[in-house]
Write a protein that binds this ligand. Structure first.
Ligand code: FES
Length: 152
């Protein structure tokens, strides 16, 4: 059972602002790392909307996560420059090393794999970001080594 004190606090902070639903969801996700089911139920009740409507909103925006994310977030760039220089190969190397697909988290909770649009460092393509650090000019081998260095 999720401790909902942060959810209640956020709802209270935004109680006078009409269109604050997205802001509430962002704050709650910031606090928990994702949007737990109980938190969504509580928000729906407080904002007087059905859980189904709220679920529809949450799944529409890719910024929201309904499942816990890993300690390290791996974002593989699939923008044009990275796509043509092998982003698919990089994603595949990570999938094979960690045994997860895009949007999945490893069972030990250490890594989540995501595909993103341009990371803004196209001259380093293909690239990825792990947490806040960017890695460029990747090959499958280099990527595997980097991932392994985070495992230890
Ligand atoms: S396309 Fe990958 S960083 Fe720009």
């Amino acid at each position: 059972m999720t401790n909902l004190s942060k959810v209640n606090e956020t709802i209270e902070n935004y109680k006078d602002s009409e269109g604050a639903l997205i802001a509430i969801l962002q704050k709650v996700q910031e606090a928990y790392g994702y949007l737990p089911k109980e938190a969504l139920e509580r928000i729906a009740q407080a904002r007087n909307i059905s859980p189904a409507t709220l679920y529809g909103i949450v799944t529409f925006y890719s910024q929201f996560n309904l499942t816990p994310r890993g300690k390290h977030i791996i974002k593989v760039c699939h923008g044009t420059a990275c796509h043509v220089t092998g982003a698919e190969r990089i994603t595949e190397a990570i999938s094979n090393t960690l045994g997860i697909k895009e949007k999945e988290t490893t069972q030990d909770g250490k890594f989540t794999l995501e595909k993103v649009a341009c990371l803004g460092c196209c001259s380093l393509a293909p690239c990825m970001m792990i947490d806040k650090k960017v890695y460029g000019k990747l090959t499958a081998d280099k990527t595997k080594k980097i991932i392994k260095s985070y495992r230890n």
